[in-house]
Design a protein around this ligand. Structure first.
Ligand SMILES: Nc1ncnc2c1ncn2[C@@H]1O[C@H](COP(=O)(O)OP(=O)(O)O)[C@@H](O)[C@H]1O
Ligand SMILES: [Mg+2]
Length: 464
């Protein structure tokens, strides 16, 4: 089951790109507009000023001392060439004296000491830009100040700035579109390894859990590694399961066959005693099957523990644990005339899982009880030293010849002819449990070269 995709990487990247370029683009457009207006003003202001100058040059002082002007229409022509713009002018003498032109045309009253000034105004309902030139005409004796105002509607300017703005906007839109296409392509190309990875995994058979070896971009390397380590764990979990089911079916076949035989015998029994015997044998087989299942489950548990992530371990006192388990076995040992004892003083801490260590010890004691024979002596012992905490189980039975000691440590290996219930998993379980907690198993002769001594050494808890 996959959850619906929360978002698309492609759309998210495109979204970010479009939003950011749109914001930057709008800012750039505003700037372009300002710049365009300024440039248009500078250019046409110069023409306005030129035109005013041409008029000013034609201002003369008449004989009666008044000012006269003969408007050179070329001066105005150079302005009107632009567009449908209209041109206005006025010439004023000393303050309050209108000489010629459009009397209602606004002008700049305060020249701030400059000879040329520019301004924006509106005239006859239209936006105009005007240039005012302040001069004086000389009679030779005195000079008469005058101003020339030339104004022009701003249609051409507005058209120019609009054209500049439009072109910039168009350029920007094309750029954004181009970038979007590039991002689309880039994302498609970049995502291709992901699709290939998905295909490669989809094509696998369900049993194929080998690590993904596809080369992938560094961004998803971590993901692939996680999936790979997950597959390794899955593989060992599956192995453990297969192991378990294989072993279970193999090992349970014999006791199940015995149970069926005994059931059949009891059905055919003619006397109550025969039926009792069959029932007892059947019951023994059930107990045997039970033991097998317990051990196989334990084995599977160890396999699973070995493959899963390590868990923090409890600090346990081996002495207390061993004393408890020995006490449980004393009655059974006593029945067989076996002397089961414990040696060891003080606490001996190791880091381990108490249930598994209990199983380890139980296996060793049960082996000793089963194989050392009646009247044997069995001693469990805890020996602590600074760098190792040793658990020993020693008996004075027949032992295992050195040449066979290696063999009996393997799964399903049993030594010789034996009537003892078991399936050859005891010592392997002991070794694997020990291994889980950093311990080691060794088999040696018992005291005086008789019997068997099984030693499991653990790193003491302090050494962790
Ligand atoms: N204390 C012992 N003394 C003599 N032989 C032993 C002892 N413990 C184990 N063995 C031998 O090692 C074999 C393997 O033991 P184990 O792995 O516990 O499997 P199982 O007990 O099911 O046979 C036993 O079949 C037995 O022959
Ligand atoms: Mg055993």
């Amino acid at each position: 089951m996959t959850r619906p995709a929360v978002y698309s990487l492609r759309r998210r990247l495109l979204g970010w790109l479009l939003i950011s370029t749109a914001v930057i683009g709008v800012l750039a457009l505003i700037d372009t507009y300002r710049e365009a207006v300024k440039t248009a003003d500078i250019v046409s202001d110069r023409v306005l000023a030129g035109s005013a100058l041409a008029i000013a040059e034609r201002v003369v002082v008449a004989e009666d001392g008044t000012l006269e002007v003969d408007i050179p229409y070329v001066a105005l022509e150079m302005l009107t060439s632009a567009a449908q713009d209209r041109v206005f002018y006025r010439v004023d003498g000393p303050p309050g004296q209108f000489i010629t032109g459009y009397q209602t045309l606004p002008s700049v009253s305060d020249m701030k000491g400059q000879s040329t000034a520019y301004g924006d105004a509106s005239f006859r309902g239209e936006q105009i830009r005007l240039a005012v030139l302040s001069r004086s005409a000389s009679t030779g004796i005195n000079s008469v100040p005058f101003t020339v105002t030339v104004a022009e509607t701003t249609i051409a300017r507005r058209q120019l700035t609009q054209a500049i703005l439009l072109r910039s906007a168009l350029r920007l839109a094309l750029m954004i579109l181009g970038a979007a296409v590039i991002v689309w392509i880039a994302v498609t190309v970049s995502l291709r390894p992901l699709y290939r990875l998905a295909d490669a995994i989809a094509e696998r058979s369900p049993n194929d859990l080998h690590p993904i070896e596809q080369s992938v971009p560094s961004e998803i390397q971590g993901l692939v590694e996680t999936v790979n380590s997950f597959m390794v764990r899955l593989q060992s979990a599956l192995d453990a399961l297969r192991h378990f089911s294989g072993n279970a079916s193999h090992q349970l076949r014999t006791p199940l066959a015995i149970i069926r035989t005994q059931l059949a015998l009891s059905a055919r029994a003619t006397t109550l005693e025969e039926a009792h015997i069959a029932a007892r044998k059947g019951d023994e087989a059930v107990a045997h099957a039970e033991r097998i299942l317990t051990q196989l489950l334990l084995m599977a548990k160890i396999d699973a523990a070995g493959s899963s992530a390590p868990q923090p371990l409890a600090r346990i006192d081996l002495t207390a644990l061993a004393q408890g388990i020995i006490a449980d076995h004393v009655p059974r040992a006593a029945e067989m005339g076996i002397d089961l004892g414990f040696e060891g003083e003080g606490e001996a801490f190791i880091r381990a899982e108490p249930l598994l260590i209990g199983e380890l010890l139980r296996n060793l004691i049960e082996n000793a009880i089963s194989y050392a024979g009646k009247q044997a002596e069995i001693t469990a012992r805890i020996v602590s030293s600074p760098d190792v905490t040793r658990l020993e189980v020693e008996d004075n039975g027949p032992g295992i010849p050195p040449g066979r000691r290696h063999m009996v440590r393997q799964r399903f290996a049993r030594g010789g002819e034996t009537q003892a219930p078991g399936m050859g998993l005891g010592l392997p379980i002991v070794e694997e449990i020990a291994g889980l907690f950093g311990g080691t198993l060794s088999l040696s002769d018992g005291a005086d070269g008789r019997g068997l001594k099984v030693t499991v050494g653990f790193p003491p808890a302090e050494a962790f």
